[in-house]
Ligand binder design. Structure first.
Ligand code: SME
Length: 161
């Protein structure tokens, strides 16, 4: 696979997400291994989405979330089910958007640069397999459009979980 970011510099927000979705559809068509897919999906998000300092996956193992593929600084390897933004998305089976992580009771700080956060659960057949966690160094970085776009992105590959 040859990949280039050439021509993506000035894409609109919508075209940027469409490009990411197209890339992920190609990956899902050609690859069945979930770890390989999640590695490239975290890389394409970090490369294309602006103002992020960390993006990656935490996967459900027993009563914890365990760090999976990611881009960014080293992070907490295990998160408990009862604390933090990722755990809330897991428990609620629903996306969680946090405008100011310092105002979120129980937020787990892995990278002190993170100021706002968006977490999307990975759900197949009603079961949560993990979460996609996206962190920004900017307050209120994520809009409802971002939440919808990432929910659609996750839907593209969750059949392969
Ligand atoms: N902030 C997350 C922990 C994961 S790091 O952001 C990479 C949380 O509160 O669950």
């Amino acid at each position: 696979m040859e990949f280039t970011l050439k021509g993506t510099e000035n894409l609109s927000e919508k075209d940027r997400y469409d490009f990411i979705k197209l890339f992920i559809k190609g990956q899902v068509r050609d690859e069945n291994d979930p770890h390989a897919l999640m590695g490239n999906i975290s890389a394409i998000i970090m490369a294309l989405v602006k103002d992020l300092n960390w993006v990656g996956f935490y996967m459900v193992k027993g009563d914890e979330l365990v760090l999976g593929s990611f881009q960014g600084l080293p992070a907490c390897t295990r998160l408990s089910r009862d604390k933090g933004v990722c755990a809330k998305a897991w428990r609620d089976k629903s996306p969680v958007k946090v405008d100011d992580v310092d105002a979120f009771d129980g937020h787990v700080a892995c990278d002190s640069n993170s100021k706002s956060e968006l977490v999307i659960p990975l759900i197949k057949n009603e079961k949560v397999y993990g979460v996609l966690d996206i962190d920004s160094p900017k307050l209120s970085r994520f809009t409802d459009e971002d939440k919808l776009a990432f929910t659609e992105i996750v839907e593209l590959f969750q059949e392969k979980l």
